[in-house]
Design a protein around this ligand. Structure first.
Ligand code: ADP
Length: 756
């Protein structure tokens, strides 16, 4: 590197060089001028001298007066600087000569310019003429030594002067430079001091010149820099404090992706002490299962200089796992950042745990939802026998819990009987099988009198249980069954496989609810069996009673008929009237008994076949022809009627009773109108029989369906109070319901449903 030349020296040298150039040119020019004028003078002097000599010597030459010529020549030689004088005759002969012998010895050659002069002598000649004729010639030489001397002196003095001027100029320049550079020096020191880190350095302002202005500007700039620096520093400190305190790992890498800076949180999460030590690979503690993906992702991001974002796990020194979210973005490609990355690593373990808990919870909820659906499915199992319902419930429960064996057991003393079961055939289980209670896990359930859930028998305290030894059932879930308030047995599920996920609250809740339902079904089954028995006994009794009652009644009626026939004419009017009452009573009693018989027969005559309701209605209306005609009733039947499953006779009876009542209980003040319609409502048919009769008070709506219940007096409307009871029984027998909507005085509508 070339050494910098100080400004002052440059200034002095510069001025000196300029001055030197000028002075040299000036001196040379002066010397040249001097020389030229000396030359002119010389030439003129020589010409004048030679001319004067020629004039002076003319007569002597003409007279060939050599003595005069000699004295003339001698006289002339007294002239300073004259080197020689020679007078020649016209024939060239020398008439007189004096002066420098060397010069006289040399052949004469006239000089015209000083530059051509040889031997320091300027030679000049002048012809001696008279009357236009040449008689000789004067030759003389003038020494140019003096001129040369003068020129040298001039040069010497000029040089001396130039040197003096130069010295003066140098001195002046040095002084000026010192003055100028003092201010610059101060500025330079100021800059150096700032370079050295003393921001805000102020330089003394001297004078009012441009340098002073520059110094003021420098001071201002220095103060601004100091201010900005302190702001930057404060912001940096702020940033650093944040980075140090922030609960997120913050890091910076070089362009190659190697970490060069990081905060304490990063070190703790990543498990690397010195991030700038490139030997410490930050991926070293990434979970082995995640490492490949992380390294690949990071390499891709750094090579393409694109954003990096990935979730993965770190293995902590204590063996724990931390879930993190790492994000990094490429920084500018400028000098400071050099294409590195800045990024964060956030510990999302808590979020992950919460997510997992949530997922578990959601899975549990989903299972519970499924459990509820299964329970609902189980509870709504219809059209099957109790045994089938229980078996289906067991299968559903086993599927729901993911255990292959499900049993409803009855426990009597020490005997465990399989009442119902659902299990793969290879288990060899069969309903009715018995075991010793002690050899089953249910002994544990019944002893604890609560739910027993063992997800993995081999790892439980019961691994020594005889049931485990005998059947190797790993998972077991059992609940005691309480029927009619007494210990009945158990509902239990088991499997040869352990329950990997364990049993949760949802499983236990599900099994408990299922056990309650099973117990209820078992209870109902016994109640129903009792009820069916008593019902059939009752119906048997009613049937027999009604049947047997008709016998004596028929006798009474026929004897009353005989009495009327035999002694009727002799009887008084009152007696005839009494006899009439007796006959009516007997007839009414007979109808009552017939209706009762019909009522008691409904359940027995179960014939289930497709029944077109249109036909049923036609038959019912046909049976009522007389009543309809007598009451002048208008019957309006809808067009479209479905076919339902049921008993045609019973359904005809149903409509016959309802239409018959609608006609019978007509309002006297208007013509009876009965409208019968039907529409689909979900999984059933909704049928309405609407009249414009006397109506039924809301309080009587339920009572109307009870047997023997009449809401009118016998005198007003004839009847037995059994018709609607029969209707209700028929509808329920067909799986439907019946109800009334009515406004007293405006008519009634009997609604009924039948399964579609
Ligand atoms: P019955 O008609 O033989 O009296 P039901 O069992 O058929 O017996 O009817 C019970 C009671 O309900 C009737 O006595 C009557 O008061 C009332 N009832 C039935 N159908 C109607 C109807 N369509 N309009 C008004 N009341 C009715």
């Amino acid at each position: 590197m070339t050494r910098a030349i100080p400004f002052r020296r440059k200034l002095i040298l510069g001025i000196a060089a300029i001055q030197l150039t000028f002075l040299s040119a000036m001196i040379l020019d002066d010397v040249q001028t001097l020389r030229r004028s000396s030359e002119d003078q010389l030439v003129k002097r020589a010409a004048v001298a030679s001319a004067m000599m020629a004039a002076g010597a003319k007569d002597a030459v003409l007279a060939t007066d050599l003595a005069t010529l000699d004295s003339l020549v001698a006289e002339l030689m007294r002239t300073p600087d004259l080197a020689y004088v020679r007078v020649r005759a016209a024939d060239g002969g020398i008439l007189a000569a004096a002066g420098n012998h060397g010069a006289l010895a040399r052949p004469f050659v006239a000089d015209t310019a000083l530059a051509a002069v040889q031997n320091q002598i300027f030679n000049v000649s002048h012809d001696i003429t008279a009357a236009g004729q040449s008689f000789g010639r004067i030759e003389l030489g003038i020494s140019v030594h003096a001129i040369e001397e003068a020129r040298r002196t001039a040069l010497y003095w000029g040089g001396g002067m130039a040197f003096a001027v130069l010295a003066l100029v140098a001195l002046f320049s040095s002084l000026l430079g010192t003055y100028l550079t003092r201010g610059l020096d101060r500025l330079r020191q100021g800059v150096r001091s700032m370079e050295g880190g003393v921001l805000g350095t102020q330089v003394a302002v001297v004078g009012k010149d441009e340098l002073a202005e520059l110094t003021v500007a420098f001071n201002h700039m220095s103060a601004t820099v100091a201010e900005l620096y302190s702001e930057v520093r404060a912001s940096h400190e702020h940033y650093e404090t944040l980075v140090q305190a922030i609960p997120v790992g913050v890091f910076e890498t070089d362009a190659a992706g190697a970490c060069i800076r990081a905060n304490p949180k990063w070190r703790r999460l990543v498990g690397v002490e010195d991030p700038s030590g490139h030997g410490d690979d930050w991926t070293g503690n990434v979970h082995p299962d995640d490492r490949d993906a992380v390294v690949e992702g990071w390499n891709l991001a750094t090579s393409l200089r694109q954003r990096f974002k990935q979730e993965f796990r770190f293995q902590q020194p204590d063996g724990g796992i931390r879930h993190v979210l790492a994000e990094a973005v490429p920084m500018g490609d400028d000098l400071r950042h050099r294409g590195g990355f800045v990024g964060t690593i956030t510990d999302i373990s808590a979020i992950k745990r919460a997510e997992e808990a949530l997922a578990d919870h959601a899975a549990m909820l989903a299972r519970q939802h499924d459990n509820l659906k299964s329970l609902n499915e189980i509870a709504t199992l219809t059209d099957v026998s109790t045994g089938e319902r229980l078996a289906k419930a067991l299968a559903l429960g086993a599927r729901q819990l993911g255990l292959e064996i499900a049993i409803i057991s009855k426990v009597d003393g020490n005997v465990y009987t399989v009442l119902h079961h659902a299990a793969p055939p290879e288990t060899g289980l069969a309903d009715g099988m018995t075991f010793e209670l002690g050899s089953t896990y249910c002994a544990i359930t019944l002893a604890s009198d609560t739910v027993v859930a063992i997800p993995h028998m081999a790892r439980s305290e019961y691994r020594g249980h005889p049931c485990y030894a005998a059947f190797r059932l790993e998972a077991y879930l059992g609940v005691p069954l309480i029927v009619h308030g007494e210990r009945f047995g158990t509902l239990n599920f088991s499997s040869a496989q352990p329950m990997a996920r364990g049993f949760d609250g949802g499983d236990i809740e599900f099994t408990t609810l299922l056990a309650r339902w099973v117990a209820a079904v078992l209870e109902r089954a016994t109640v129903m069996a009792d009820l069916a028995r008593s019902n059939s006994e009752l119906e048997q009794f009613a049937y027999v009673a009604s049947h047997d009652l008709r016998q004596p009644l028929r006798m009474i009626t026929s004897y009353l008929g005989l009495i009327e026939k035999r002694i009727g004419p002799q009887l008084g009017d009152d007696t005839k009237e009494f006899l009439g009452f007796a006959v009516d009573g007997a007839k009414r009693l007979d109808r009552l008994i017939l209706d009762l018989l019909e009522y008691s027969r409904i359940d027995k005559s179960t014939k289930s076949a497709p029944v077109p309701l249109a036909k049923v209605l036609d038959d019912a209306i046909l049976n009522l022809t007389v009543a309809i005609r007598e009451n002048d009733a208008e019957i309006v039947v809808a067009d479209a009627w479905p076919t339902v499953k049921g008993d045609a006779t019973e359904l005809t009876r149903l409509f016959q009773n309802l239409i018959g009542n609608a006609v019978k209980y007509r309002a006297p003040e208007r013509r009876a109108k009965v409208e019968i319609g039907c529409r689909r409502q979900g999984r059933q048919w909704l049928i309405a029989v609407k009249d414009n009769g006397i109506g039924i008070a809301p309080d009587d709506h339920d009572r109307a369906f009870a047997i023997f219940q009449r809401l009118v007096t016998q005198g007003e409307y004839d009847g037995t109070g059994i018709g609607l009871a029969v209707c209700k029984k028929i509808v329920e027998h067909h799986g439907g319901t019946i109800w009334i909507e009515s406004a007293v005085g405006h008519g009634s509508t009997f609604f009924l449903t039948l399964p579609a």
